[in-house]
Ligand binder design. Structure first.
Ligand SMILES: *Cc1c(COP(=O)(O)O)cnc(C)c1O
Length: 451
């Protein structure tokens, strides 16, 4: 028997427990069954189509069921689906490492694979700590993170994150990190430039490092955009200053580009806009074009060298995941990188981003829009109750959720973060599809503000 939307939704609620969801919400709003995807469109069992305005949680770059990636994966499937990466190797893993290291900022020369973003963050944290320990500096046991930062949901990643909604409950389980003020330009003073604000905030971090560098392994940041924290954005100057400070104080810089890597902010990697090389670059999400879970942590020769010794010195990095460097994931990633090479993706994204900006000008003067902000292919609209007093809607009203539901009914998938409505579409979206996405968002926002 073939499924319908309703029958699949019923079966789902009998057996599944969904991520990031209060399951009771589904008493009043059904899960959305998706039968197929093509390009920016998802389709349910009754032929209703949804424009994927958030790239299925920021992973998709070149559309669903992309023919080129599909073909590469089909070939890989016939060749090698998986082999352990300890003691063994395979061509997709080697080729992907070569290509990532060529693309990444200068100075990164080693690639360690993991299988999701949180795991990549865990790898970077452990490697940094272990590096200092191998250098005889075992007093370095702590990390510095930014207010409102997000680095994933596993306990280590959660400990260096600062989004209360995800973190607070688990606080007693988490290692304690130093938290520095965010350079997030939403809080700049009237008349203050974003760069000036980010620079001002940097001074707090500098002071923190001056006091605590002896205990600190690394500073971890999301370059340019704090995505899960509400698409909050800051100026590249902060990264430039941060790189310099990390060098001065002898601490590592971990760039978590899991969400912003692969062209999302306008450059291949966000760090390029500050012309810096982090000591660890964490990649996942768009890495496989949104096809398969895979992550990579790129680091420097100097880090690698600190672990390289006779076995009995016990300096090796013994971390592993069963699916480390999975060949299908690596092959999807290689096909994704091919697509970047085959056309001027970043150039086209600039045009699309400009078109999106133009279409969203209408929101800026809205009495319940605090700010419209954009970095490359991310545009966010922050809804607010009282614009003059910067007073948010009570969170219990869940206005963003109403936007989500209203937009879905109109065939667009938006999934606001609290009251922040944002667009983060696949790069294959057309200007006409952008128009439609924005039009639907405008309607949905009006509905959500109506009462
Ligand atoms: C999504 C995300 C993660 C976690 O990745 P998962 O694959 O969901 O574990 C980490 N850091 C950032 C910046 C992210 O956006």
């Amino acid at each position: 028997m073939s499924d319908t939307n309703a029958s699949l939704a019923v079966r789902d609620l009998q057996v599944l427990w969904h991520p990031c969801t209060q399951m009771k919400d589904h008493e009043s709003f059904a899960v959305v069954p998706i039968r197929s995807g093509r390009g920016v469109w998802l389709e349910d069992f009754e032929g209703r189509r949804y424009l994927d305005g958030i790239s299925s949680w920021w992973v998709n770059l070149f559309g669903h069921a992309n023919p080129y990636i599909n073909a590469a994966l089909a070939e890989q499937l016939e060749t090698l689906e998986h082999v352990l990466l300890a003691g063994f190797t395979h061509e997709p893993a080697v080729r992907l490492a070569e290509r990532l290291l060529r693309l990444a900022p200068d100075g990164l020369s080693r690639c360690f694979y993991a299988d999701n973003g949180s795991s990549a963050v865990e790898v970077a944290l452990k490697m940094s700590f272990h590096f200092w320990r191998n250098q005889g500096m075992s007093g370095k046991t702590r990390f510095v993170t930014l207010q409102n930062g997000y680095h994933g949901e596993t306990l280590g990643a959660l400990a260096v994150g600062d989004v209360a909604l995800y973190r607070e409950t688990y606080q007693p389980l988490l290692m304690s990190a130093f938290t520095a003020p965010s350079p997030d330009c939403y809080f700049r003073e009237p008349g203050e430039t974003c760069a000036a604000y980010s620079e001002r905030r940097f001074r707090d971090l500098d002071a923190l490092l001056a006091r605590h560098a002896d205990e600190v392994c690394a500073v971890i940041v999301e370059p340019l955009v704090q995505c899960a924290g509400g698409m909050r954005m800051y100026d590249p100057v902060y990264l430039t200053l941060l790189r310099d400070a990390c060098d001065r104080y002898g601490v590592h810089l971990i760039a978590d580009e899991i969400a912003v890597g692969f062209g999302r902010t306008g450059s291949m990697f966000a760090c390029e806009q500050a012309d810096i090389t982090p000591d660890f670059l964490c990649l996942s999400k768009g890495l496989t074009g949104g096809y398969l879970p895979l992550a990579a942590v790129l680091t420097r020769d100097s880090v690698y060298a600190a672990f390289y010794d006779r076995y009995v010195t016990m300096k090796a990095f013994l971390h592993s995941h069963s699916y480390t460097g999975n060949p299908l994931g690596c092959r999807a990633a290689l096909a994704t990188l091919d697509l970047f090479e085959r056309s001027d993706v970043l150039g086209r994204n600039r045009e699309l981003a400009a078109h999106l900006a133009h279409r969203c000008e209408r929101f800026a003067g809205h009495p319940h829009v605090a700010e419209v902000r954009q970095t490359g292919m991310i545009l966010a609209i922050e809804l607010i109750r009282d614009k003059a007093r910067r007073q948010p809607f009570p969170w219990q009203e869940r206005r963003g959720l109403t936007v989500h539901r209203e937009a879905l009914q109109r065939g667009v998938l938006l999934r606001p973060l609290g009251d922040v409505v944002y667009f983060m579409p696949p790069y294959v979206i057309t200007p006409e599809e952008i128009d439609r996405m924005v039009e639907v968002a405008a309607d949905a926002i009006e509905r959500a503000l109506a009462d």
